[in-house]
Design a protein around this ligand. Structure first.
Ligand code: F6R
Length: 239
């Protein structure tokens, strides 16, 4: 594992975007998978700028949405679909046929999981993923002790995650489940960047990467990844 510590989230976003753009430029046709949430938004914004400046072609690769809250869709401000379309896919002008995301409004979550499995398989697995870390150590919606699987998972959301969900939505939601690419599939990605910013992530970063591998702290499972790059700002690196 390589750890990169930047003075602040703005510099971390710029540098990580350059790394991702290089990977895009060198690997046309590959599958990229980015977390939604607050952490990668600066980096995704920088990627949009690189696209506008002609420094990368974000339409040369494919995308798999990492996760979604079940019960919400694009029209719900705060859903992963809305956040990713409005801040990345849409603003970068990425063609819809390059993108596959979970439909949180589906009546059949298992079918939704299977269609994402098929998309990932069709594109030769995930090539490059950029992940965030939840306050309970979750990655995607792989909550503590989510079993490893070769298929996407429907998960019962942890109370820590339900509490954190309030920061994304502008209207109250009755959420209880999520759908996510399983951590085992993420571990198979060729390249992995995990980002954490801010003092409130310092403790979970320490638990995940200084402690032992523990299924109760899903981010720690990523210690097994050969090419993991952990990107922190100074505040998140405090511990
Ligand atoms: C969202 C996702 C989550 C977030 C995590 C951190 O698609 O995959 O695992 O990365 O909850 O969220 P933020 O970045 O908002 O602190």
């Amino acid at each position: 594992m390589e750890t990169k510590i930047y003075k602040n989230p703005v510099i971390a976003a710029k540098e990580t975007a350059l790394t991702v753009a290089k990977a895009v430029n060198e690997n046309p046709g590959k599958l990229f998978c980015f977390a939604a949430g607050d952490t990668p938004m600066g980096m995704l914004g920088e990627l949009v700028e690189l696209q506008k400046a002609g420094k990368t072609d974000l339409n040369s690769v494919y995308y798999a949405g990492l996760d979604e809250w079940l019960g919400v869709g694009y029209k719900d401000k705060g859903s992963c679909a809305q956040v990713m379309w409005d801040n990345f896919y849409g603003s970068a002008g990425i063609l819809p046929e390059r993108i596959n995301i979970f439909d949180g409004l589906t009546g059949d979550p298992l079918a939704e999981a299977r269609q994402m499995d098929a998309w990932i398989k069709q594109h030769g697995g995930i090539f490059f993923t950029v992940l965030g870390i939840g306050l309970n150590g979750h990655i995607g919606f792989n909550e503590p002790n989510t079993p490893g699987s070769d298929s996407c998972s429907v998960v019962l959301l942890d109370n820590v995650t339900l509490e954190a969900s309030k920061k994304y939505f502008d209207t109250p939601q009755t959420l209880s489940k999520g759908i996510t690419i399983n951590w085992k599939t993420l571990l198979e990605a060729k390249e992995m960047v995990m980002m954490a910013m801010g003092e409130n992530k310092a403790s979970i970063v320490e638990q995940s990467f200084k402690g032992p591998i523990d299924p109760g702290v899903p981010a720690s499972l990523m210690q097994r990844h050969k090419n993991l790059v952990l990107v922190l700002d100074e505040a998140a690196a405090k511990e």
